[in-house]
Design a protein around this ligand. Structure first.
Ligand SMILES: Nc1ncnc2c1ncn2[C@@H]1O[C@H](COP(=O)(O)OP(=O)(O)OP(=O)(O)O)[C@@H](O)[C@H]1O
Length: 301
């Protein structure tokens, strides 16, 4: 579980993260979404104990990150944006090096590393990491983040540089980790990426969390459009509708696109029924979260 209270980071008088209040429950896969420079990496840096907050607090499984960063490191895994390894060492050698920080015995580490490398799709690779592609480094980064079998996983733009097959494998791994009861904090600037794996999302813009909830809740909260669009298709000619809540309507032979102040589908269907019309389609056209995200977050950049 992750909890932040008024978490703030100021760089040169500018708030990179501004009073972040957030709770991510155990087993939740939380998507932290925002455009470049929104403050995602800075917020994660404070949550994993690498950056000191200017103000506020952060707790991981109830442990105060600023007061006990080492305790927090034991129970967290972190895949940074642009993960770094020793280029002359192999994946096994790199991970063995990291395993010593967790006080793992060599034999225990060897078994775990072998299993993890297979898990992330690097089972048969035995060359120095310097010759790895970006995607391979991401895979190794994920193995490193899982090395200590952490309760809480922080993944900063984890699918960057992965090919489509790698993206699917990563999503599968993230879901499996959540099923095991791990908390996953996943940052991205791509909405589609988080929608696939996250149960909840938060949108950060200019350091401020502007919305938080399920994708549906966030979509409703961020939608500034007060009107709804209803698509109607009938058999035969579409008659004019008389509901006073209609703001605008475009009629076209057997169909209509109706803009109304409210969801008036029931009234439309009753009116059509009273005119003995056969309804072929009657649906609400909702804006996708992607459209709303682009309009609200990117437009304000
Ligand atoms: N060490 C630093 N010194 C000064 N300003 C910084 C520093 N690190 C980040 N910033 C600024 O803080 C803001 C947030 O940056 P951050 O890297 O956290 O954003 P981000 O959402 O992770 O972006 P990206 O998706 O590009 O990684 C930006 O305006 C950035 O320029």
């Amino acid at each position: 579980m992750i909890r932040t209270e008024e978490l703030t980071k100021v760089y040169d008088g500018v708030k990179a993260v501004d009073s972040l209040n957030l709770t991510v429950e155990k087993g939740e896969v939380f998507g932290f979404l925002g455009p470049n420079g929104a403050g995602k990496t800075t917020a994660i840096g404070m949550m994993v104990g690498l950056l000191e907050p200017t103000g506020g607090k952060c707790f991981v499984n109830g442990i105060d990150v600023t007061k006990n960063p080492l305790e927090v490191k034991k129970i967290t895994g972190y895949l940074p944006d642009g993960v770094g390894f020793y280029p002359n060492l192999t994946a096994v050698q790199n991970l063995k090096y990291f395993s010593r920080f967790y006080g793992m015995k060599d034999s225990e580490a060897e078994t775990r590393i072998k299993g993890l490398l297979e898990y992330v799709g690097l089972g048969n690779v035995d060359k120095p990491v310097g010759s790895y592609s970006r995607g391979m480094k991401q895979r190794l980064g994920l193995a490193q983040a899982l090395l200590n079998d952490p309760d809480v996983l922080f993944l900063d733009e984890p699918t960057n540089g992965l090919d489509p097959q790698g993206v699917i494998q990563f999503r599968k791994i993230i879901k499996e980790q959540a099923e095991k009861g791990k908390t996953v904090f996943f940052s991205s600037h791509i909405l589609d990426e988080v929608q696939h794996v996250c149960s909840t999302i938060g949108i950060i813009s200019k350091g401020v969390l502007v919305a938080r909830g399920t994708t549906d809740e966030v979509r409703k909260k961020m939608s500034k459009d007060e009107t709804v669009t209803i698509i109607v298709k009938v058999k035969g000619d579409m008659p004019r509708m008389s509901d006073p809540r209609i703001i605008n309507a475009v009629y076209n032979n057997g169909s209509a696109v109706i803009q109304a102040s409210d969801d008036i589908r029931d009234a439309i269907s009753e009116e059509l029924f009273s005119k003995n019309m056969r309804v072929r389609e009657l649906r609400l056209e909702e804006k996708s979260l992607e459209e709303i995200f682009l309009e609200t977050v990117y437009r304000s950049e």
